[in-house]
Every structure is written in C-alpha cells, then in structure tokens.
Design a protein around this ligand. Sequence first.
Ligand SMILES: NC(=O)c1ccc[n+]([C@@H]2O[C@H](COP(=O)([O-])OP(=O)(O)OC[C@H]3O[C@@H](n4cnc5c(N)ncnc54)[C@H](O)[C@@H]3O)[C@@H](O)[C@H]2O)c1
Length: 262
Amino acid sequence: MADILSKFRLDGKVAVVTGGAKGLGREHVFTLANAGADVAFCDLLEDVGKETLAEVAKTGRKVYFQKVNVRDSGEIEDFLENVKKNLGVPDILVNNAARPSEGVALETVSDDLWREIIDTNLSSMFYFGKRVAKMMMEAGKGGSIINIASINAFVISNIFPRHNVTYCVAKAAIAQLTKGFACEWAKYNIRANAIAPGYIMTDQTKATAAISEAYERNLNMTPMHRYGEIDELAGALVYLASDASTFTTGTTLLVDGGYTSW
Ligand SMILES: NC(=O)c1ccc[n+]([C@@H]2O[C@H](COP(=O)([O-])OP(=O)(O)OC[C@H]3O[C@@H](n4cnc5c(N)ncnc54)[C@H](O)[C@@H]3O)[C@@H](O)[C@H]2O)c1
C-alpha cells in the first residue's frame, strides 16, 4: 500500500487556476507548484499576473500565465490551447476567479450587474469546466476539478450595510454545478468538488472588513472568532486535487472556522 502522504504529491500533473494573479488564486498557484505540479494561470490583471509568474517560477516548476477574461469564450479557448502547447493537457482545474459582491441592496441591483456577477462567478466555471473536461476525456486520463464556492453557497451574509445576495446565488449554484460535473463525468474518471471558504482577508473582503460593525459581526458569527489566513485552504486544495481523494466527488468542503455551524 502506498504511503498516504505520497498520495498528496502532484508531481507530473498539470494544473490550471483561474484568477491566479492575486489573493487566494495566487496562493492556489503556489500551493499546487509546491506540491509538484506545473501550473498555468490566467487573470484580467496582466502586470500583477506577470509578477506572480516570476515569483512562482522560482519554485522550479513550469509556469504559464495569460491575460484572460473568464467571461470570454474565445479568450478561454486561446488560453487552453496555449496551456496544452506549453505544459500539456490539464489534470487539475481550479475555477477560482470571481468578482466581489455587489454591496448594494437587492432591489437596486441592475439587470446588467446581476448578469455580470452570475456570468463572472458562476457561468465562467461552466465555460472552463466543460472545455477542460473535454481535453481530459480526449486524452483519456481523467482529472480533478475544484470549484471555489463560499459559505455563501449555504447562507446569505449578515454584512449590513453591505449586501451580497447576487454573489450568494452564484455561489449556491456552484455547489450544484459541481454535483452536475461529478455525476456526468465520473465515467471519464473526472472528479469534481468545491471548496467553501469562510472569511479570509483579501482585496475581496476588505470592503466589508473596513466597516467595524460588520467585521465584528463576522467574528462573532465564527466559532473560531477570527478570519482565516490566506494559506488555510491549501490542505483542502491539495487533498481534492490529488490521489488522496480518489473516492471523493460531488462534495462541497467547508473551510470556515465553523461559521455555518451556528
Ligand atoms: N476571501 C474570502 O474571504 C473568500 C471567501 C469565500 C470565497 N472566496 C472565493 O475565493 C476566490 C478568490 O477570492 P479572493 O478573495 O482571492 O478575491 P480577489 O478579488 O483578491 O481575487 C480574485 C481574482 O480573480 C480575478 N478576476 C476577477 N474577475 C475576472 C475575470 N472576469 N477574468 C479573469 N480574472 C478575473 C481578479 O483579477 C483577481 O485576481 C473567489 O472565487 C471568491 O469568491 C473568497
């Protein structure tokens, strides 16, 4: 029987991360490279992406970056073609890119803003998922897809005077999309799971954290009474990406300091 820790290694694997220039996506890129994978990532932010590329290259892994809008099918296809040329067919996809919550009351969310949030935060995971799954199927090698959801797949945040219902709807649908990927593609040996993080301090959560009453409420709603550190999703990510989780598919793994337990 293989040593359990060796099953977590990602040597020889190719990983793709969306929204990998900064924040948690950048951390995912480093985590996967440090676990042994070659990593391609994309982002809207070209300069920040190039800086991340230079840093990750120091791990000694092959790394590839391209500016991509995850809402644009043509840009996604061009990126994935380049990933295949430069690193090979992906074994792992981390659908991470998302734009922040709307911040405004639901009745004032314009139809265009609703569409933008659903398209960026939910549909992009379908656009990437089906294309990467097809590449995996054609290569006949299976793989692991990890969609980044949120505690907002389960609850609406109590962050008044800010609001995030549209964001929450997208995150809840990600959990169901993940089950859809898992059920349809299990026969191709493609697993799909989601990670549902609680509050972790990044550019996305700064706007709420700057409002002291909302920040205190978030702490008080979290049994561990703190925000997560940026590296605290790494264990869940490597578990789901690797052969340590070969019978795990369709699940949404909460990493939230207990937030949804109360
Ligand atoms: N930070 C948290 O507390 C938290 C909690 C739960 C879930 N999440 C999720 O984790 C993921 C990362 O969040 P983060 O906190 O690092 O946010 P972030 O805003 O710091 O990073 C998001 C990244 O996605 C990129 N991006 C946004 N729109 C894009 C587009 N159209 N095309 C390409 N790239 C695009 C951004 O440029 C950025 O690099 C998101 O899915 C977010 O919803 C975060």
